[in-house]
Design a protein around this ligand. Structure first.
Ligand code: ADP
Length: 488
């Protein structure tokens, strides 16, 4: 029957995907967007490496789909490409298996190792699609690790069945581009000499940039919010690719991310002390606050204003601003819970402050999904003061858990958090514009003032946040619209 035919066929190619392997927002998107698209009758295959670090629970569920050998670099060796498959919620996951490339205990090692791995992966993903005789309408690639896919497609794969596909390349974070010296890249990728020119892969005359090449060769570029799509065309946010992006701006679009509301649902979340919906939030968040305070070693007191922060600890996330005002934030009415790992300078400073403000400040320096859930549910406010933020998922999750975001007006933070308007009693959170610690402090103080002196209005923000639609539905519609335009 006609309605059973997929409206489109799409291959997602990227380096991580929840729940198999995730280091940040990319992993969430690679999981949630395909799931949302399947609901719109799109047929989706997700192709990621079969890292040895994928938990055994998932490895055991994969079934062998086939294998072949592939050439890669000029040394003439044939490289094994295995395809392991797993299907869930209508999404087909194909894992590219190669023991030589993917045995490390983590998805990324360092550029010297990662450049060959992701050259291999990008080429193997296309070869696997041909092997499976599945030539989709769209090949949707993600970030620099899959950015060579459009380049391979229009060169070495130009005369193969898969070449019928149109390509979309999504930038989840422009900071990471996959840059290495052109000679090494040329050798490992096996790509023809003519793609190593200043309009495509080459920059500075000596280096090759995988993302830059992909941006030149793909049919459509997207990034994860409208504001970031504009920002990356400027020098400040452009990470030196702004001239290239301005040149290609005709095919650049911004579509904001959503969150998977099956996983992130305070009404059913089994990791919470008490479940709640918009109606029960104000009462039940107190129980979650108590549980959070107990488990984090904070003074148990429902009247404290608890601020949460869940983040990679890097300079992108505005942690310099946070660190410089902690003494001003930490009055007797306020508690701060930080969950994150990353640069040692931030790990150490948060540990230092934990010691300084025992019982009021907790620095949980780990990657821990369970603790993340309890912070989203138990905090009153949530900090995301990023220097830049392509989209940001944590403010979306926080809002969905009725926790008021305090964010800098940049990238997706600007597009998703409407500032609280005192006169009209509207808005979802507290915002500031310039990257200055005084302005962050001011935003925190505005949140505190509302919480302590006008609790009713603060509670209305909680309810508005929970009622805001942050699911993937709208964004999946927009992707589908773009897929349709690309294949007209
Ligand atoms: P980015 O991709 O830049 O790291 P995002 O806001 O897009 O930032 O996504 C971050 C995701 O990673 C969120 O799902 C957040 O909950 C999760 N996360 C970040 N740090 C931790 C941590 N230490 N423990 C658990 N989850 C974390």
């Amino acid at each position: 029957m006609a309605e059973n035919y997929p409206s489109k066929t799409v291959a997602f190619i990227g380096s991580e995907c929840y729940p198999f392997v995730k280091t940040g927002g990319l992993g969430d998107v690679m999981y949630a967007l395909p799931k949302a698209l399947v609901k719109q009758n799109v047929e989706v295959r997700v192709i990621i490496p079969r890292y040895a670090c994928i938990p055994e629970k998932w490895q055991n569920k994969m079934i062998y789909r086939g294998a072949f050998d592939m050439d890669l670099n000029p040394d003439g060796r044939r490289y094994y490409v295995g395809i392991m498959e797993y299907i869930e919620d209508g999404v087909i996951y194909d894992f590219i298996d190669n023991q030589e490339f993917f045995t490390a205990g983590k998805p990324y090692i360092n550029l010297i190792d990662d450049i060959p791995r992701f050259c291999y992966f990008s080429k193997a993903a296309l070869a696997a699609l041909n092997y499976m005789d599945w030539a989709p309408d769209i090949i949707h690639c993600h970030d620099w690790q899959a950015a060579l896919v459009p380049v391979y497609l229009r060169t070495l794969f130009a005369d193969t069945p898969i070449a019928r596909a149109k390509t979309m390349l999504t930038i989840h974070n422009l900071r990471f581009q996959g840059i290495y010296d052109a000679k090494t890249m040329k050798w490992w990728s096996g790509l023809p000499d003519y793609v190593f020119n200043m309009d495509a892969l080459v920059e500075n005359w000596v280096d090759a940039n995988m993302l830059k090449g992909g941006l030149a060769y793909c049919d459509c570029i997207t990034t994860v919010s409208n504001t970031y799509a504009q920002e990356i065309q400027t020098e400040f946010y452009g990470e030196h690719l702004d001239p290239h992006l301005r040149f290609h701006s005709g095919k650049l679009r911004g579509i904001v991310n959503g969150i998977d509301v099956d996983i992130w649902n305070p009404a059913t979340d089994e990791l919470l002390a008490a479940n709640y919906d918009a109606e029960t939030a104000v009462a039940n968040k107190k129980l979650n606050k108590k549980a959070l305070q107990e488990s984090m070693g904070l003074q148990v007191d429902e009247n404290k204003f608890v601020i949460g922060l869940v983040s990679r600890l890097t300079n992108q996330k505005g942690l310099d601003l946070v660190n410089s005002i902690i003494p001003q934030i930490m009055d007797e009415f306020t508690q701060l819970v930080v969950l994150g790992t990353g640069d040692s300078v931030y790990e150490d400073s948060f540990r230092y402050y934990e010691n300084q403000y025992k019982g009021s400040l907790c620095a949980y320096i780990q990657y821990n999904e369970g603790v993340a859930h309890s912070i989203y549910a138990g905090a009153d406010a949530f900090l995301v003061p990023s220097l830049f933020e392509p989209c940001g998922l944590t403010q979306l999750i926080a809002m969905h858990y009725g926790t008021a975001p305090i964010v800098r007006e940049t990238g997706g933070l600007k597009d998703t958090v409407e500032p609280y308007n005192w006169a009209e009693n509207t808005g979802n959170g507290f915002t500031f514009d310039r990257y200055e610690s005084g302005l962050l402090l001011d935003a925190i103080n505005r949140a505190k003032e509302l919480y302590f002196e006008h609790r009713e209005q603060f509670d209305e923000i909680v309810v508005r946040d929970m009622e805001k639609d942050v699911s993937w539905g709208n964004s999946a519609d927009k992707y589908l619209e773009l897929y349709n335009q690309m294949t007209q």
